[in-house]
Design a protein. Structure first.
Length: 505
């Protein structure tokens, strides 16, 4: 069990170890490049992106500002700096087009070109060399072209137009530096000098002219200063005289104006006094007019206010009337709604009561029906029991009667029946006892009373028939047999017996 657990743990640990080793290997072989460098990857399996192929078919991969995984054994990577370099370019004495020996000093800023071709070219020439070798070769190229351009120009052209001179040098040198994968960022001429004083002599006429112009300008300035000073003094005296004259004229004008002002003041005072009274009267008149206007405006305002008050009262009255009408209408509507609600409630109550009564009546009817059914059932059961007992009693009586018939003769039976006839006739005549008053109508032939007696006789004549239907004894037949035969013969009507037997059943 322990070995199995160890085997299970070894497999994940082995996989984890392999993953860690692969991760470390990937981390160790993955190279990144900053923006100031370019990584040159050589070897096999370079891919197709950022790959430069030279004329001989050799390939290198150039990576800037990124990263790449370097395959061990198959690839190797080196770095090239893309930083700029400052070069001080100095020439010895070089004879110009005029044969004058001069020296020139310049400053150049160069760097490896930004294209893939420039980086590939620079890598091919300077990858294994130190940076100083690149600076030295570029400096020699620039100095050579500087001397060549300097020999094709005059001293005056070089001295007076340094920008053109620098552009000529840069234009010629850039072509050769391009072949080295380099480019000129900037090129300027710092100084141009010579040992023979040629450049100094070129400046002397200008210096003398400048000095002359300066002395002339100084003399003219002194002259102009004196002239201006004299003019200023003259102008000052004129200004003083004009000032005194102006002061005198101003004093005269002041006095005249003061006198005129005094006269005007007196006249104005007199006119003002006279105008005061006139103005006072006018003011009083205006005051009276204004008071009348104010009174008129007040009256108009009072009338307007009174009219507005009347309108307000009318509106208030209309509002109160309308409010009262609305209140009455609202009260009527509320009363109608209340009455409607009351009637609806009463209708609902009546409906509920009717439904309740109907349900109660239905339930009562159902209970009454059940009671009646139970009563009828009990009555039917009782009547059936009575009929059964009555049938049993009649059967027993008939049986006893038959036994009596067998025991006694027909004469004895007839004697018993004859004794029972009065009681039977009384039972038949019992309904006549309930008659309180009997009115006999005679049509004139005297048959009214006879009919009553005939009715009684007919009623009594039904006794033998009733006896036959009840007991099965044919009284008439029994009498005939007794009168015909001397010996008593017992006879029972089989049909009546069968009928009684069926009623008992």
């Amino acid at each position: 069990m322990g070995n199995l657990v160890m085997d299970v743990m070894v497999i994940p640990m082995t996989v984890l170890g392999v993953i860690i080793v692969l991760g470390l290997a990937f981390w160790a072989r993955y190279k990144t490049v900053g923006p100031d460098k370019a990584m040159i990857v050589t070897g096999s399996y370079l891919g197709g992106k950022n790959v430069h192929t030279d004329e001989s078919g050799r390939k290198i991969k150039i990576i800037r500002g990124g990263g790449a995984f370097i395959l061990p054994i198959f690839q190797q990577a080196e770095f090239v700096s893309l930083l700029s370099h400052k070069l001080d370019v100095t020439t010895p004495e070089v004879y110009t087009e005029q044969g004058v020996p001069v020296m020139a000093d310049g400053v150049a800023i160069i760097k490896i070109g930004g294209s893939v071709e420039d980086v590939a070219t620079a890598a091919e020439q300077f990858l294994s060399k130190p940076t100083d070798a690149l600076r030295l070769e570029a400096q020699e190229v620039l100095e050579g072209h500087l001397r060549a351009i300097l020999g094709m120009m005059t001293v005056e052209e070089v001295y007076r137009n340094r920008d053109k001179f620098a552009q000529e040098v840069q234009g010629v040198a850039a072509k050769d530096l391009k072949k080295m994968g380099l480019q000129i960022v900037s090129f300027t001429i710092k100084d141009i000098r010579d040992k023979n004083g040629y450049l100094e002599a070129l400046g002397k006429p200008r210096i003398a002219a400048v000095k002359r112009d300066a002395e002339v300008a100084e003399a003219e300035a002194v002259r102009d200063a004196r002239i201006q000073k004299a003019k200023a003094a003259e102008e000052g005296q004129k200004a003083e005289l004009l000032r005194d004259t102006s002061i005198a004229e101003a004093t005269k004008e002041k006095e005249l104006k003061v006198a005129s002002y005094k006269k005007d003041q007196d006249t104005a005072k007199a006119e003002a006094d006279q105008a005061y009274h006139i103005q006072e009267a006018r003011s009083q008149q205006q005051v009276t007019e204004e008071q009348m206007k104010v009174s008129l405006v007040r009256k108009e305002k009072e009338i307007e206010i009174e009219g507005k008050e009347i309108l307000r009262r009318e509106k208030q009255y209309d509002a109160e009337v309308k409010k009262k009408a609305d209140a009455d209408r609202y009260a009527v509507e509320q009363a109608a709604e209340a009455d409607k609600a009351k009637r609806m409630r009463e209708a609902d109550a009546l409906k509920y009561r009717i439904e309740a009564e109907a349900k109660a009546n239905a339930e009562q009817k159902r209970l009454e029906g059940l009671a009646i059914a139970e009563a009828e059932k009990a009555k039917g059961t009782a009547e059936a029991e009575v009929v059964r007992l009555k049938g049993l009693a009649e059967a027993e009586a008939k049986e006893k009667l038959a036994e009596a018939f067998e025991k006694f003769g027909q004469a004895a039976v007839l004697d018993i029946i004859v004794k029972m006839l009065p009681e039977l006739a009384g039972k038949i005549a019992d309904p006549l006892k309930s008659i309180d008053k009997l009115t006999v109508v005679d049509t004139g032939n005297g048959e009214g009373a006879a009919r009553v007696s005939n009715y009684v006789t007919s009623l009594m004549a039904t006794a033998p028939e009733m006896l036959k239907s009840v007991s099965g004894i044919d009284l008439e037949k029994l009498v005939k047999q007794l009168t015909r035969e001397p010996e008593p013969v017992y006879h029972v009507d089989e049909q009546a017996a069968d009928k009684n037997q069926e009623s008992i059943s």
